[in-house]
Design a protein around this ligand. Structure first.
Ligand SMILES: [Zn+2]
Length: 207
């Protein structure tokens, strides 16, 4: 998977990178102790918690894996949280007409979007609308978090979606996600197809 993505990177060649820094450079990692292929070990060692990802020159969002979250009292909800795995709902207080839980925060807006593990959004229109809202919030200086369970497939796809909404074409967006976030992000042909379809529908041109 990684090899295919790196070759896409070479082909595009001229992608503009706005000062991003890949903190998951696999060359920094040593082979694992148990004889797993190095790539598998690298993937297992990947951690993503509120990792800044530059969507445009002016826009940064924070990407998180639910499995990498700190203990419960060590973090608070962001201004806008957009999650593509229902595991995040386990952390959210629910309100009913019998009992109202503690306030999540004065300004937190949280969305859990339906998207199967390794798949693409079940409600594409709603996902696009919510992510566009997150993009606007980020432009306004709000702290916007994007997350799924392991922080790779669905989170990578959502980050690329934000970039496409901001003007990049699908290929440039995916390469940017791999370079600026994690080379294991966007993990299935279905997720890539979703991004190519979105890019085409929005008329994004290969730049
Ligand atoms: Zn990773």
């Amino acid at each position: 998977m990684g090899k295919k993505k790196r070759s896409l990177d070479r082909e595009s060649g001229c992608l503009t990178v706005w000062g991003c820094e890949n903190i998951n450079d696999p060359s920094d990692r040593s082979p694992g102790p148990f004889g797993f292929p190095e790539e598998a070990v690298t993937q297992a060692l990947c951690h993503h918690w509120r990792q800044p990802v530059q969507i445009t020159e002016e826009t940064v969002v924070y990407a998180s894996a639910y499995m990498d979250r700190p203990r419960a009292d060590a973090w608070a909800w962001p201004d806008v949280g957009i999650y593509l795995s229902s595991v995040w709902a386990e952390e959210m207080s629910l309100a009913s007409n019998r009992w109202a839980g503690p306030r999540i925060g004065p300004s937190a807006e949280l969305a859990v979007l339906s998207c199967p593990d390794g798949g693409s959004p079940l409600d594409e229109e709603n996902t696009e609308r919510v992510l566009a809202y997150g993009l606007r919030g980020s432009l306004q200086g709000r702290y916007v978090e994007i997350g799924c369970n392991a922080g790779h497939g669905r989170t990578g796809m959502a980050l690329a979606t934000l970039m496409i909404l901001a003007g990049l074409d699908a290929e440039a967006a995916m390469v940017r996600v791999w370079e600026c976030y994690c080379e294991f992000a966007i993990e299935s042909p279905g997720q890539e197809r979703y991004l190519f379809d979105l890019s085409k529908r929005l008329g994004r041109k290969k730049g």
